[in-house]
Design a protein around this ligand. Sequence first.
Ligand code: SF4
Length: 373
Amino acid sequence: MQPIERKPHPKSLYVHIPYCDHICHYCDFTKMLTNPKQTRIYVDTLLKEIADYGSYQYETIFFGGGTPTALSDEDLKVLCDGVKFYASSQCEWTVECNVESTTLSKLEILKEAGVNRLSFGVQTFKKDALVSLNRHHDHQDIITAIQQAKDLGFRYINVDLIYDLPRVSDQDLQDDLKSFLSLNVNHIATYALTIHPNTVFGIQKIKPVTDEVSRHHYEMIYQTLIANDYERYEVSNFARNQEKSKHNLTYWRNQEYIGTGLGASGYLDGIRYTNTKNMTKYLQGIKRDQEEIIDEKMKRFEYIMLNFRLKDGFELSEFFKLFNIEFSKLFQNTLQPLIDKGLIIIENGYAKLSFEGMLLLDYTVLKLTKDLL
Ligand code: SF4
């Protein structure tokens, strides 16, 4: 009898906390206002869901939201105590923190549990921009929260920066970048503002900036961060000292992971799934409400789309190993014109995008894969 070939268990776990103390005007995530009567039941349900995936020790764990720090100290401790069992000895354990709800006691709970990476939703230092986003923190709150984290010994810290905000000039963005740099943290994740229809900005019909303006802002950010020793290792993510997010690299390398919590997505056994966004159902134990089997064509497409987000792209030998066909052979009609246009680079056994190719990521990937889908 042939031995059964088992896929290795995913090395990454995502845990979604949907609560927020107020709702930002641009937010399209799965979230709801914090309900103190419900949070403990949610945490217990979440821990059961994690347990149902087995007693594995993950190499990366990520608490995202929503706002993990919107949980009370007690709930946060119950959650961390329940999850620490699943952290391997070298685990990168990240928690997203909202500046306004990050307190010393919460940071202590996280530190004691073994959390070693924090991701702060700073967004901008500009007062009127923060008000228009409906973020309730200010310049000093940002500095205080990050200093507290550093004083407690958190070494790996990310800050989120949002750009393409309405009524923000080049000078405002430069000033913001200066303030971000003054935080002296080694990871900055940048996001262009997207106006989603079901958000306050969408309802107010706020106009997004033009592609040209967005590109100009992106180039300003890129030039400033590169000049300050950050490496752009992913289209929108910059790190110093190689302090890349191992958890997010799991997504960009198209590797499987387990997603838990309300509305969370995961990728397991060749299936991409999304959990229900209905809290009543979730608390009743009904988890997934969408599943998509990723066939070979889709897997190739996703592999290219995601890996091309990375500065280093992907190794051609890995592509062959995964898909049993040479990359250049699979795309024999579409690859060369994109190389000639300077969008794709093949060198030293890797395929990657040029700076221009990254700016035109969607276009480049769709042109490349037009015969695939
Ligand atoms: S804190 Fe984050 S998840 Fe909550 S509303 Fe704001 S952007 Fe959305």
